[in-house]
Design a protein. Sequence first.
Length: 306
Amino acid sequence: MTSPFGPLVIIANPRAGQGKVARHLPAIERTLTSAGLEYRIVRTTHPGHATEIARNALDRGDRYLVAAGGDGTVHEVLNGMLEDGGAVTHDAVLGVVAAGSGCDLVRSLGLPGDASQASRHLIGDTVRRLDVGKVTFTADGEEVTRYFANIAEAGLGAAVVARTGALPRSLGAAKYFCGFWLTLPTFHAAVVRLDADGTSFEWRAHNVVVANCQFYGGGMRISPTSQPDDGLLDVLAMVGPKTDAFTMLPKIYKGTHVPHRDIAEARARTIRVDANPPLPIEADGEMLGTTPATFDVVPNAIRVKV
């Protein structure tokens, strides 16, 4: 027996969450086996590998791809399922088993953060269509395009992600906070020019958040009104002092930090961001490149198993 979407291809990052994914794979297998589902597990071995696996699986006719790991694994699998502004194949389904050190996407989708419970959601035929974000940015002097399911940033948040990535995995959940405190003192705001569906703004800002979903950074509800199926991206430009990133932290976890005089908000289908000096960009916790960048929403781009 198999699922309504065909055999499952479990794309697993065994190193995610300090090896948590590898430890949870037997429980995931037991759940799928007891449900009588056909599946195979493909383990990633290097950055970008999950994208290659996803694209190869679609090329060979597989249609049910499951990202087992954190937001970075989901990001890579998603980029294997999309190209040229749309889905590689419109009958594909993305499953998510949150088992990494950080998986904020599932919070917006109402999926469990526990791998064993999440694997039960792979059974059945319930799906939800989601928008995705498409970001075109600068990397090594060239224009590059990537897709993101959750949230992208230009500025301080991206600089923190870059610094966090260089810290020891042994820090676990404390990595982000260590990266934040190491980055904050030396980070400087930039003059940011932003266009949201033809309406232009200019501020001195230290961070620009472009959100498809609500949560990032291990549970911070940075964009509390975002809906990943409304055909729009939400923008929050942090135009106050960079110390706001610290003083607002308790409210950001609760999602009560907006409205705020130091946060400029917009909602649009296309957002263009330029900055002087250029700002680093991350999406779904993955470092990408720098501004200038254009963020577009791709409506109803993917089906997600819920």
